[in-house]
Write a protein of this length. Structure first.
Lengths: 93, 240
C-alpha cells in the first residue's frame, strides 16, 4: 500500500477524513501526498517524501486548516500533523 | 536572378551588376576576387581596361589601381569558374529550368514546385507543432498557478482571501505587530505598511531561487513572515 497521491483540490475533505496532507511546492504548483496516521507504510512513505524535500533545502511548516492559526516550522516529519507544507528557502532579491 | 545577377558562386546573391564582358558599366564594387573591388571607371570592351582597387585603400588617399595582369592568379581562376558556371546556367535557363536555392541545383519547374510545396507543408507542420507545444506549456502553467492559488487560499483567513481575490494583495500582521502587504508578484512584492493608514513604509525583495508559480512564491513569503519575521527581515533586501 503506497501513499495516495492527491490530485483533487478538495484538500479540506482530505483533512476532514483524518488523514494528513503533505504539500511540496514545485513548478507544478505542488505535489501532494496524504497519509493515514494509523498506517505505518503510508507514514513511512510520507516521511520519505518529507526527508527528500528537506534534503533539497526546503523549509517545512505545519499549518492549520485555515489561515487563522499561525503555522509552525518543523524539523522532522510529524505523522500527527493535519497538514505540512514544504516551501523553498527564500533569498534576498 | 537575371542575366546581370550571376556570380561566380551561385550561393551568393548578387545585388548589383557584375559583368565582365559587357564593359559598359560604371557601377563599382564587384570583382572576381572579394579582396579587390572594381572601380568601374572604364567603358572599354576588353578586360585589360578594367581598373581594380584594393578595398583597404578604397576612398582613402592614393588608391592603388590594378590591371587584370596585376590580379591575384586566384582571381583568374575565379573568373574562369564563373564563366563556366554562367555558361552552364545560361544553358539551364534556356532549357526552362529553375534554380533551387535550397538544394543548389537546377530543377524542372514541376519538380521545383513540388519541392516548394513539400517545404511549405513541412514548415506548416513545424509551426503547428510549435503552437501546440506552446499551448500545452501554457495549460501546464495555468494548472500550476491554479494549484498554487488553492494552496495559498488555505493559508489565508476569509478576509485575506477576499482581499486577494479582489485586489491581488492581502495584509498580514506579523508576530511583532508590524503589518505587511503581500501582492501578487515575484520580487519586491512585499511591503511593510503603516498599521493604520496602510501607507507603504518599506518594500522588500525576497523570493525563492527556483521557479515557482507566483501564488507559491507569495505563500512561501507568508509562511516565513508568520513563523520567523526576524529571518525574513534578515534575508530580504529592503527597498524604497
Amino acid at each position: 500500500m503506497s501513499v495516495l497521491t492527491v490530485d483533487s483540490d478538495d484538500d479540506r475533505a482530505v483533512l476532514a477524513s483524518g488523514r494528513g496532507l503533505l504539500c511540496v511546492m514545485d513548478t507544478t504548483g505542488d505535489t501532494r501526498l496524504m497519509w493515514d496516521p494509523s498506517r505505518p507504510d503510508e507514514v513511512a512513505t510520507a516521511r520519505a517524501a518529507f526527508d527528500a524535500a528537506k534534503a533539497r533545502g526546503m523549509v517545512a511548516y505545519r499549518v492549520a486548516e485555515s489561515g487563522e492559526r499561525t503555522p509552525e516550522t518543523i524539523r522532522d516529519f510529524d505523522p500527527t500533523a493535519a497538514k505540512i507544507i514544504l516551501a523553498p528557502a527564500l533569498a534576498g532579491g | 536572378v537575371n542575366t546581370w545577377g550571376y556570380t561566380p558562386d551561385p550561393r551568393i546573391l548578387l545585388t548589383g551588376i557584375w559583368h565582365r564582358w559587357n564593359a559598359t558599366t560604371t557601377t563599382a564594387g564587384y570583382s572576381p576576387d572579394p579582396r579587390i573591388l572594381l572601380t568601374g571607371t572604364t567603358s572599354a570592351t576588353t578586360s585589360t581596361t578594367y581598373r581594380w582597387a584594393d578595398p583597404s585603400a578604397w576612398g582613402v588617399g592614393a588608391r592603388r589601381v590594378y590591371s587584370m595582369a596585376d590580379l591575384d592568379p586566384r582571381a583568374e581562376r575565379v573568373w574562369a569558374d564563373w564563366a563556366l558556371v554562367r555558361s552552364r546556367d545560361d544553358a539551364a535557363i534556356r532549357a526552362g529550368l529553375v534554380w533551387d536555392w535550397d538544394s543548389g541545383e537546377w530543377l524542372e519547374p514541376a519538380v521545383y514546385e513540388a519541392r516548394q510545396r513539400e517545404r511549405q507543408a513541412a514548415a506548416d507542420r513545424a509551426r503547428e507543432r510549435h503552437q501546440a507545444a506552446a499551448l500545452a506549456r501554457r495549460a501546464e502553467r495555468d494548472a500550476a498557478e491554479a494549484r498554487a492559488e488553492h494552496l495559498l487560499a488555505l493559508l489565508l483567513t476569509p478576509e485575506q482571501q477576499a482581499e486577494w481575490a479582489t485586489h491581488g494583495r492581502f495584509h498580514v500582521t506579523a508576530p511583532s505587530g508590524r503589518v505587511y502587504q503581500l501582492s501578487r508578484g515575484w520580487a519586491g512584492n512585499v511591503a511593510e505598511v503603516d498599521p493604520h493608514t496602510r501607507r507603504r513604509l518599506t518594500r522588500f525583495c525576497i523570493h525563492p531561487r527556483q521557479s515557482l508559480p507566483l501564488a507559491d512564491n507569495v505563500a512561501a513569503q507568508l509562511l516565513l513572515l508568520r513563523t520567523d519575521e526576524g529571518r525574513f527581515l534578515a534575508t530580504a533586501n529592503p527597498g524604497a
